[in-house]
Design a protein around this ligand. Structure first.
Ligand code: DX5
Ligand code: ZN
Length: 223
């Protein structure tokens, strides 16, 4: 198992009536980051959290807040999330003017992430790979937790890992959607080193134990 692989439980699957307790359970069990899914009901057909929830999380945890903006116009909200305490902001390559948005994120002192929907080829991200801190390969269609992992995304993940190695790039390679004990091995073998996991952690009776089990499934990246 590789110590460099980060686990980011997704609060989308947490019991919001017990948010502090659930977040503290995964923090105590060794979570590296906390993944916060922001949805605007337009870029994806669902609505979730805004900056006030990020600010509340900041008060209950010391974990880095890995904030995934599934919104059509992320540029409007960067400052609010930065002020609320997000550590990194990930925006989708499918939104207009994403190069400027990525620059603005870094200019605010945050880590800049770039996400690809399942239908978007890696080529769309290539112009930005030398100016991001994280590349997020969606392994489900964004919008909802608890969906089935898309195995057809594995070639894209391998291609991203190869590109990173060949070009000596330094971004984290994150996967999001359907990650659990059955899928953690195949994605880490292909180079994923940041794992978002919602449904395989929070709804379980012992989220901390679920996180540890997930980590046990990490495999070394194949070269
Ligand atoms: C989906 C979100 C995910 C979601 C993953 O649009 O981006 O972060 O929480 O949930 P699971 O792990 O349940 O597939
Ligand atoms: Zn997400």
């Amino acid at each position: 198992m590789s110590a460099a692989v980060r686990v980011a439980p997704s609060v989308l699957s947490a019991d919001l009536a017990r948010l502090a307790e659930q977040v503290q359970a995964v923090e105590a069990a060794g979570a590296d980051w906390l993944h916060v899914d922001v949805m605007d009901g337009h870029f994806v057909p669902n609505l979730t959290f805004g900056p006030t929830v990020v600010a509340a999380l900041k008060r209950i945890t010391g974990l880095y807040l890995d904030t995934h903006l599934m919104v059509s116009d992320p540029g409007r909200f960067l400052r609010s999330f930065a002020d609320a305490g997000s550590g990194g902001l990930t925006v989708h390559v499918e939104v207009p003017d994403v190069g400027k948005v990525l620059r603005d994120i870094r200019a605010m002192g945050l880590r800049a992430g770039l996400a690809l929907k399942p239908g978007t080829p890696l080529e769309a991200a290539k112009p930005f790979l030398d100016r991001i801190d994280l590349l997020l390969i969606m392994t489900v269609e964004p919008g909802f937790g608890g969906q089935k992992f898309r195995e057809d995304m594995l070639p894209k993940l391998s291609a991203a890992n190869n590109q990173r190695r060949m070009s000596r790039l330094v971004f984290d390679l994150e996967v999001d959607g359907g990650i659990g004990p059955e899928t953690v091995g195949v994605v880490t073998a292909r180079g994923a080193d940041a794992l978002v996991a919602g449904n395989s952690i929070f709804p379980l009776p012992d989220p901390g134990a679920a996180l540890r089990r997930l980590r046990e499934g990490v495999r070394p990246a194949e070269s």
